[in-house]
Design a protein around this ligand. Sequence first.
Ligand code: PLP
Length: 460
Amino acid sequence: MAEDKNNSSPLTADIQAVDADHHMHPFTNTGALNKKGARVITKAEGVYIWDSEGNKILDGMAGLWCVNMGYGRKELVEAANEQMQVLPYYNTFFQTTHTPAAELAKEIASVTPGDLNHIFFANSGSEAVDTILRMVRQYWAIKGKPYRNIIISRENAYHGSTIGGTSLGGMSGMHKQGAPLVPNIERIRQPYWYGEAGDMSEEEFGLACAKALEEKILAVGPDNVAAFIGEPIQGAGGVIVPPANYWAEIQKICNKYDILLAADEVICGFGRTGNWFGSETLGIKPDIMSMAKGLSSGYLPIAAVAVGDRIANAFIEHDEDFNHGFTYSGHPVAAAVAIANIRLMKQENIVSYVAEDIGPYFQQQLRETLADHPLVGHIEGTGLVAGIALVKDKENKELFPDDLDIGLICRDHCFENGLIMRAVGIRMVLSPPLVISREEVDQLCAKALTCFDLTLKSVS
Ligand SMILES: *Cc1c(COP(=O)(O)O)cnc(C)c1O
């Protein structure tokens, strides 16, 4: 590997050229990227990644919100190696199972809240969300009410990028492409207090946003609604933490109209918020929930849907196949890695480390270091996830003009200075590996401060 920091190494140039010739990137303007050349990441350890120029970079995003137990965990590598040699693949379709799938289902059920003890496997968050879409509609069909098929979700939600996930999500940039979307999906406003509440208090705004669900239910007819789906804390939408009263109200409304509640835990699951699941942190009792990213710490693709008794029993008692699944549902190697990952999380008490130690420390240090910065309008987050709104004038929340993409400017400074922080519009988001130490949190905050200063300089 090239270690020369100053010159573009031969490896960088070679891989960029091959990449430009043949690789189409997700969520990317591939033409523009091809001209510029992609960054080449070569290795990783702990909370750091290295690029092909030899730069060591603190990964404030745990990859894409997923490398919860950090890079270089030998336990996960060994689990994959052993399972590959014994049984690299077998399916779970035709009345068969295998040890990793069965054991992982039990392992997941040991950490899910309530009666979410029945596990359906998929390979990505998008597939898990699609599974929820099909499952909740089929649930009502089994119950003799096939007309109950409308699913309500929220603006600026992210539920993946398959056609099901795109349709359930609330990202306008995605809706414009590859339409038409899946029918019978309705959306309500997001509970983004800092950005959209006007003069309302958090409490008033939380109530108003929950009320929007009831209004939508009444508008489309309660008897036509299958489910409501939401991320406990919106992740890809910019890390938006709802007002404290929001989810309790949503829960009440779902109960009142007998509407299934689905939690998309793909980011919030597996310790991110200081509990095994974000539903516990936010006080939600979902009927069904999707999980993916942290399930294997991203070492192999695997996802799951945890199904509560109400829905699971309907399927179990109904004498018909559920015609849904994936070739790799419960893939033995991915499942073995996920089992090892959950056991490692338990051994290292990582969830209480996030809840009691590093989560509060991270939130406090972020605010201490950045809250007074002229660019910082607002910081929100809990556990090891945070979103920071960048504004032109923090007193009156004045934003920078749209054509000045403040988030991207800041993100580029971060990368140049050895920190991965992602930009979502005007919001900078952080979601570091859960194994991050206090010293590494200090480093992260110091780097962020430097980069915010540089960002301020480049726009003044
Ligand atoms: C990332 C994400 C998804 C999609 O997961 P993929 O593995 O990329 O398909 C779905 N829901 C939420 C909340 C996510 O953050």
